[in-house]
Design a protein around this ligand. Structure first.
Ligand SMILES: [Zn+2]
Length: 153
């Protein structure tokens, strides 16, 4: 397994909220209350333990909403990348920005940096994605920032 060091210097989105959604699963389960298989997930129409007819039960579970999956479901794939930050979801652009920096053994000159221009580019370039994220997590929880992120993949 190789470890690749990713370095991002520039605009990013931080989502300061974890949100869960209900996921519904239909499972087969035994109707017999005295049976060990009662309410357990089974994979047949009849219970292998007591022979009762199984029924379909809807079970609900909570599942965390991952921003990337949310965007995927809304037709936006591979536009942003989650940097696997431990606390919050931190998303960077997966598109080449006009201010893209080469971090490969070369100095990164920040003397004339125009942070606001870069933030402006990000907001415009990813407007649709930001709108979807705002709607799900709340505008106040989707924060545009500029900075340095180092992560491993
Ligand atoms: Zn049973």
């Amino acid at each position: 397994m190789g470890t690749y060091t990713n370095i991002h210097l520039g605009p990013y989105l931080e989502i300061n909220k974890h949100k869960k959604q209900d996921v519904f699963d239909n499972i087969w389960s035994c109707t017999n209350k005295k049976c060990v298989n009662h309410k357990k997930e089974l994979y047949d129409k009849f219970c292998g333990e007591c022979g009762s007819k199984n029924y379909i039960k809807v079970v609900t579970r909570k599942e965390e909403i991952y921003p990337i999956n949310l965007l995927d479901r809304n037709g936006i794939a591979d536009e942003l990348v989650d940097t696997n930050n431990k606390k919050n979801h931190v998303l960077v652009s997966n598109h080449t920005a006009p201010f893209e920096r080469n971090t490969d053994n070369t100095p990164i000159d920040l003397t004339d940096i125009k942070i606001n221009d870069e933030l402006y580019w990000f907001v415009n370039h990813h407007a649709e994605a930001i709108e979807i994220l705002n709607e799900c997590f709340g505008k106040d929880n989707v924060v545009l920032k500029w900075g340095l992120i180092v992560w491993y993949s």
